[in-house]
Each structure stands twice: as structure tokens, then as C-alpha cells.
Ligand binder design. Structure first.
Ligand SMILES: Nc1ncnc2c1ncn2[C@@H]1O[C@H](COP(=O)(O)OP(=O)(O)O)[C@@H](O)[C@H]1O
Ligand SMILES: [Mg+2]
Length: 246
């Protein structure tokens, strides 16, 4: 079936979405940086004592090292997102990618009092994909889930992230305990600019579907039980991860 609908240019919205992620990442990076400052100061104090408390200084330096490595890895993820112009495909281990996304979303989940549970079983499966784009899709879906539960006060705000092999496909699912999507809107939500949120861009799901389809995959949602929505991603083409010989 030929479509006459013009294909919108999704690039500006992609950059806007990046701004929202940047805020939550900045928040997350503050913690390790504070740990660096505090422990460097402590280290100085232990060294200045007479005699210098070398064991304590070394322990403080250990924390400095750990915290700076953590901060650097967060900044690297953001940097990768901002820098990327053309999609770049390569082998992506599904669960590694999902864990990286969760790392970036921790602060936001905590702040919004959302409990995230994960059931990941694609540690050995990889997609030939643009890693940053996949991360962006998962982030968008989890952020939508969080936003959908903003008015939930009478039950836990829960997000469940699953990855599994199912009927010869790889499946990633994100379920929430929000109000759900009315049946009449299940397809409309993918239309560019369709949003029910004040100030929403309505571009998130349009971009997500665009990216997933470009990867030969599918994106859809269904009602979650007992309430809420579950978004599914599925991919027909994948490979088993094998340790590289070097
Ligand atoms: N997890 C969800 N639960 C309920 N409704 C959702 C969920 N995800 C998306 N929607 C609906 O789909 C609409 C479009 O989402 P999206 O394209 O990401 O744009 P935006 O988030 O800017 O509104 C949302 O405004 C909301 O009505
Ligand atoms: Mg959105």
C-alpha cells in the first residue's frame, strides 16, 4: 500500500529529546563528582598528618578513582549521543545496551518514585544496530512510562523492563502501571505531533517507530495487566554473541 503522507524531518525533535536526557544525566554526574571532591580533601588531610595516614589516604584515593571512572562513563554516553550524525551500525549486545540506558535513567526514576524491575535474558544475543539510536528509543519509552504514571498515587509506580527470545525473535518490553492508552488511540500515538501532555512534543513515539522500522523491527503496545501499558520491540534478525578471538 503506497503512502502519500509526507515523511516529517525528525532530526530537530531528536535534538530536543537530547536536552531532556541531558538534564537527568547532569543530575546523575553530580554525585560522583561530589564524592571525588570530598575524598580528595580527606586524602589531603590524611597525608598532612604526622605521621601521614597512608592506608586511609589510599582508601580515599580508591573512592576518588571509582567515582571518576563512573562519572567519565556517564559523560561518554551523553557525548556519544550528542556527537552522532549519521547512524552507525555495529554489533550491539541487547542487555548491555539496556543496562546502559538504566544507568542514565536512575536519577529520574528515583526522583519520580518509580520502581524499576528488570528481567533481562539477552546477554548472549546481539543486534546489528545503531547503539545510540536504540538507547534513545528505550529512553523515550521509559520516560513516557514515567510521565504516564505522574498521577498515580493509589498504587505503586512500576516499570518492568524485559528482554527475551520469543518465537524466533528478540523481544524487549517496557511495561508501566499507568492509566493505559485508550484503544482508539493505540495507533494514533505514533503520529508526529500527537500528544496528550501539556507541552508534549508528540514526536517521541514517531521517532521511536521510525528508528525501529529502519532496523527491520517492530514497535507496538498493548494493555498491561492489571493496568497500564506495555510497549514491545521485536527484531527478527539477530546473532549469537561469541567471544572475539584476539
Ligand atoms: N506508557 C504510556 N502510557 C500511556 N500513554 C502513553 C504512554 N506512552 C505514550 N503515551 C501517549 O502517547 C502520546 C505520544 O507520546 P510521544 O510521541 O512520546 O509524545 P509526548 O511524550 O511528547 O506526548 C502521549 O502524549 C501519551 O498520550
Ligand atoms: Mg514522549
Amino acid at each position: 500500500m503506497a503512502s502519500t503522507k509526507p515523511i516529517p524531518d525528525l532530526r530537530p525533535a531528536r535534538l530536543n529529546a537530547l536536552g531532556a536526557f541531558a538534564a537527568s544525566i547532569a543530575h546523575e554526574v553530580k554525585q560522583p563528582l561530589a564524592a571525588v571532591a570530598l575524598n580528595a580533601q580527606a586524602c589531603m588531610k590524611w597525608l598532612e598528618q604526622d605521621p601521614p595516614q597512608l592506608d586511609r589516604a589510599r582508601a580515599a584515593l580508591g573512592v576518588v578513582l571509582q567515582a571518576s571512572v563512573a562519572a567519565a562513563s556517564m559523560v561518554r554516553s551523553l557525548d556519544g549521543m550528542a556527537r552522532q550524525a549519521a547512524p552507525e551500525r555495529g554489533p550491539v549486545i541487547v542487555d548491555d545496551m539496556l543496562r546502559d540506558v538504566l544507568q542514565l535513567l536512575r536519577a529520574e526514576l528515583r526522583q519520580q518514585r518509580v520502581t524499576l524491575t528488570e528481567a533481562l535474558s539477552l546477554d548472549l544475543y546481539q543486534l546489528n544496530a545503531d547503539r545510540v539510536q536504540l538507547m534513545q528509543v528505550i529512553m523515550n519509552l521509559v520516560l513516557n512510562a514515567i510521565e504516564a504514571m505522574r498521577d498515580v498515587h493509589d498504587r505503586p509506580r512500576a516499570v518492568q523492563l524485559r528482554s527475551a527470545q520469543l518465537d524466533g525473535t528478540l523481544r524487549i518490553s517496557i511495561a508501566d502501571s499507568g492509566p493505559g492508552i485508550p484503544p482508539a488511540l493505540t495507533e494514533r500515538v505514533y503520529e508526529p505531533l500527537f500528544s496528550t501532555k501539556p507541552g508534549g512534543t508528540g514526536m517521541g513515539l514517531a521517532i521511536c517507530r521510525d528508528i525501529i522500522q529502519a532496523h527491520g523491527g517492530q514497535l507496538w503496545s498493548e494493555a498491561a495487566q492489571p493496568q497500564g501499558t506495555v510497549f514491545h520491540l521485536s527484531f527478527k534478525e539477530y546473532t549469537l554473541w561469541t567471544p572475539s578471538r584476539s
